[in-house]
Write a protein that binds this ligand. Structure first.
Ligand code: SF4
Length: 241
C-alpha cells in the first residue's frame, strides 16, 4: 500500500493490483443492507429514453444537478426534439444550455454525438431503442465509440434508460467505494467500472449505485467525511476519529 497526498494535503492511499483482493460477497451485502437502512430502496423504473439520458449526462459534467436540469429544460423548450438540436446552429444550442456551464464544449459535444448516432445504421433517425435488446458489452461498445462518451455515460444510459446490468462510477461512488475497499484505491477509471459491475448485487445495480452516491453526497464527503455519524463506520477501514 502506498500513501501520497492530494492538493489539500489529504492522504491518498493506493493499492497495487497484485496486492488487491476483491471484497467478499457477504461484505458487499452487509454494506448494501446498512445503506438501505438509511436511504431506503430507490424506486426509479427504466424510462426508456436513452437519448435524453445521454444528453443529460453530458450536461451534468462539471456542474450541479440544479444547473444541469435548468440547461436541460431550456434545451427541451427551445427545440422540437433531438433532430432539431442536431440541425440547429451551434450558437443557439450553446445559448440554451449556458446555465449548465462550459456551454461551448457541451453544445459542440451534444451535436457531435447526435450526428454520430444518426450516421450509424443502428442509430439512424436518432433511434437508440436497439440498446434495449443488445447485450451490455454491445451497448457499451456502441456508446463508448461516440464522441467523448466513456464508461460512466454509457452505464447511465444502459442502467437508467433500460435497467440493464451496468453501473456508473462517478466521483462520489469511486471515493466511497475506495474508502470502503470495495474498489481498489488508485485503480484507473476503466477498472473501477469493471470492478463495480462485478461486485454489484445482481438485480440491485441501481440501488447500490444510488445509495453509494447518496452516501458520498450526504456523509462521506471528499474533504471531511462525517465518520462519527456514518452507518458504515464499524466496517470501514478508512474511518476517522
Ligand atoms: S466511516 Fe467515514 S470514510 Fe468510511 S464510509 Fe463512513 S464517512 Fe466514509
Amino acid at each position: 500500500m502506498a500513501r501520497k497526498t492530494d492538493a489539500e494535503g489529504e492522504a491518498l492511499v493506493t493499492i497495487p493490483k497484485g496486492e488487491w483482493r476483491s471484497p467478499a460477497r457477504r461484505r458487499v451485502a452487509a454494506i448494501r443492507d446498512k445503506l438501505r437502512t438509511v436511504y431506503g430502496i430507490p424506486i426509479m423504473p427504466p424510462h426508456e429514453q436513452p437519448l435524453d439520458e445521454l444528453v443529460l449526462t453530458v450536461l451534468s459534467q462539471s456542474t450541479n444537478d440544479r444547473n444541469r436540469d435548468i440547461a436541460y429544460e431550456r434545451l427541451r423548450e427551445r427545440f422540437d426534439g433531438w433532430q432539431a438540436v442536431m440541425e440547429a446552429p451551434n450558437a443557439a444550442v450553446e445559448e440554451a444550455i449556458r446555465p449548465g456551464g462550459i456551454s461551448k464544449v457541451k453544445s459542440k459535444r451534444i451535436q457531435e454525438i447526435l450526428r454520430a448516432i444518426d450516421a450509424t445504421p443502428e442509430g439512424s433517425g436518432l433511434d437508440l431503442s436497439f440498446l434495449r435488446d443488445a447485450s451490455v458489452p454491445e451497448g457499451q461498445r456502441y456508446l463508448c465509440a461516440l464522441p467523448g462518451v466513456g464508461r460512466k455515460t454509457a452505464a447511465c444510459v444502459l442502467l437508467f434508460a433500460y435497467g440493464l446490468r451496468d453501473v456508473p462510477v462517478d466521483t462520489h461512488v469511486s471515493r466511497v467505494g475506495m474508502r470502503l475497499r470495495l474498489l481498489r484505491p488508485g485503480a484507473p477509471f476503466e477498472e473501477l467500472h469493471d470492478e463495480m459491475l462485478d461486485l454489484s448485487p445482481r438485480g440491485q445495480e441501481l440501488e447500490f449505485h444510488v445509495n453509494l452516491l447518496r452516501h458520498g453526497r450526504r456523509t462521506c464527503h471528499a474533504r471531511r467525511p462525517d465518520c462519527a455519524i456514518c452507518v458504515l463506520r464499524r466496517i470501514c477501514p478508512s474511518r476517522r476519529g
